[in-house]
Design a protein around this ligand. Sequence first.
Ligand code: ZN
Ligand code: MN
Length: 478
Amino acid sequence: MTSYEAVIGLETHIQLNTKSKIFCSCKADSWGDPPNSNICPICTGQPGSLPTPNNAAIEKGILLAAAMNAEIQPISYFDRKNYFYPDLPKGYQISQYDLALAKGGYMDIPLQDGSTRRVRIQKLHIEEDAGKTIHKPGRRLLDFNRCGVPLVEMVTKPDLRSADEAALYISRLRQLLRWIGVSYADMEKGHLRIDANVSIREAGNQELNPKTEIKNVNSIEHIRDAINAEIQRQIKEMKEEHVIHSWTLDWNEDTQTLSKMRSKETEADYRYFREPDLLPIQVDKERKEEILTSLPELPLARKKRFQEKYDLPNYDADILTSGRSLSDYFESTAASYGGDPKQASNWLINHLLGLLNERGLSPEDLYLTPQYLADILSMIDEGSINTSTGKQLLTKVEDQQKPPRDIVEEEGLAQVSDSAAIQSICKEVIAENPSQADEYREGKGAVLGWFMGQVMQKTGGKADPQAVRAALRELLQE
Ligand code: ZN
Ligand code: MN
């Protein structure tokens, strides 16, 4: 039986998170604003208006290109991409064509099986966004707020081999965009828009067959579903020896089906020419170096360093580097703590993430600083509090906005490890519960746990559990 492989390339439009639009001073982020409230003669293309480039947008584009290992070009040009559509009032989009901001580039994606997929970049340029057409029964409404919002368009080579790989690429890209701070990358808000080009071929062949383009999918899960459906459709067509047409397809999440939107346009339709109203973008060595000083250590490099420097398992390092501020928080905690970094990692992953989720906070919003978390861990190591008090302290510090050591003192949470005190409480509990004590002596070992619970209750959870267990064992033998 013939087996097939998918050949997938992704076209992404990334909305840069600048304050103002790319060629005028209108507010770029119109989320929640009334339609057509952030527009001016420039972004709506009124006669006589002239665009002025927003340096912040160009710099964010350069940061992204560098993070994608692309080569920043010393000179690049804006071009007009001409097409007619109601939500494009100028009649053209200012984009870049043959001489774009950056060349080449790639992103390495760690796959489930431990191998790496290198996804090469075909093209990367900056451009302005168009407006939005809102379809209502019997009418079309136009919102120009999005006209002129800065975008980076990035197209990969067809290097991805399955819907899962495509999904991994998108989630790594989203992580990177947030990490370097160029986009909020919220797919539901359209900050990261993905079209997928899909074709199939017999496994092992090198040829490229006609591809279809899936548009309008706004979550990673939906893209995975849509690509999988399209791969199955093409395999069926190929088995039946039908021709695969280069269609543009629309994914309907409710029915889980693809429908044909139109035949694909070709580039020639756009009649590109240089934008006469804008100067070329010049990025000399000095400017490039200055911009790149704000490029942080990237997620995969940091993950690798965490594994080596702190001897963390792959799983821990992956979670701790899922966001930049979380990874910073871990690193500061490990530095202040000075104990086993794996212990710090466990507390972050098992307890701190829960606290952040529950309260909808980011690590940098916490009153519980890395220093305070390190204090809690040190108090546990010193034996001055027990683990369950340590866990309670996380929320107490956050609720009371007080340092953990102050709370321990004020609320008398220090662990009772004085053996005489523990012995006498244990004796008391055993004397109060003779039948359970008999059960234990008859060989029902599980009763020990019940006794521990009673003692912990009497001490308000402050007793050293190891000391209690030892004392109970000894006293119950008698
Ligand atoms: Zn404007
Ligand atoms: Mn585009």
